[in-house]
Design a binder for this molecule. Structure first.
Ligand code: ZN
Length: 168
């Protein structure tokens, strides 16, 4: 009897530790989504379509790059987290370049991607040729920050960079 009473606090302690571990685990962010996961989402694909429209690709004097951060946000419903994408556009870029700047910081959201447009046609009105896919500096930037990228050009969306990841 005495032994049983003594062992109880140990048992309760172990239970508290187990619950604590479970809580910490449940608050962990799961594996980040891929660029294909993002493109399959209406919020993201609509935002990329809008950015393409805003790029004035059809106007040889006004065409310029547009882009935005892709965030993954979560809300708690009971004991479950529900995840959804959000897009935060950045300031308009130039004819062949855009500056992401600092990533947005929003509560319960993490940056999981960045997209931008390449509005110049393969060969423009002056006969100049333009890279359609991600440039070397696009690739370097995405690899450095460990997030997938999407380039939107006249032919559609092209994914590149890391398979998945959270911005670093
Ligand atoms: Zn680019």
């Amino acid at each position: 009897m005495v032994n049983k009473l003594k062992s109880r606090p140990v048992f309760v302690g172990a239970l508290v530790l187990a619950l604590l571990a479970l809580t910490v685990f449940a608050n962990d962010w799961p594996q980040a989504p891929t660029a294909d996961d993002m493109l399959a989402d209406d919020t993201v694909s609509d935002a990329i379509d809008d950015a393409w429209d805003d790029s004035d690709a059809g106007d040889k004097d006004k065409r310029h790059e547009e882009g935005g951060w892709i965030l993954w946000c979560r809300q708690q419903h009971g004991s479950e987290w529900q995840y959804s994408f959000k897009v935060v556009r950045v300031a308009s870029g130039g004819r062949s370049g855009i500056t992401p700047g600092n990533p947005p910081e929003q509560e319960n959201c993490r940056v999981v991607g960045f997209f931008h447009t390449h509005p110049n046609p393969p060969t423009d009105e002056d006969g100049d040729n333009w890279e359609q896919g991600p440039s070397e500096s696009d690739n370097n930037w995405h690899n450095r920050h460990k997030i997938p990228g999407v380039v939107r050009n006249a032919s559609g969306n092209e994914t590149f960079g890391p398979e998945r990841g959270y911005y670093e």
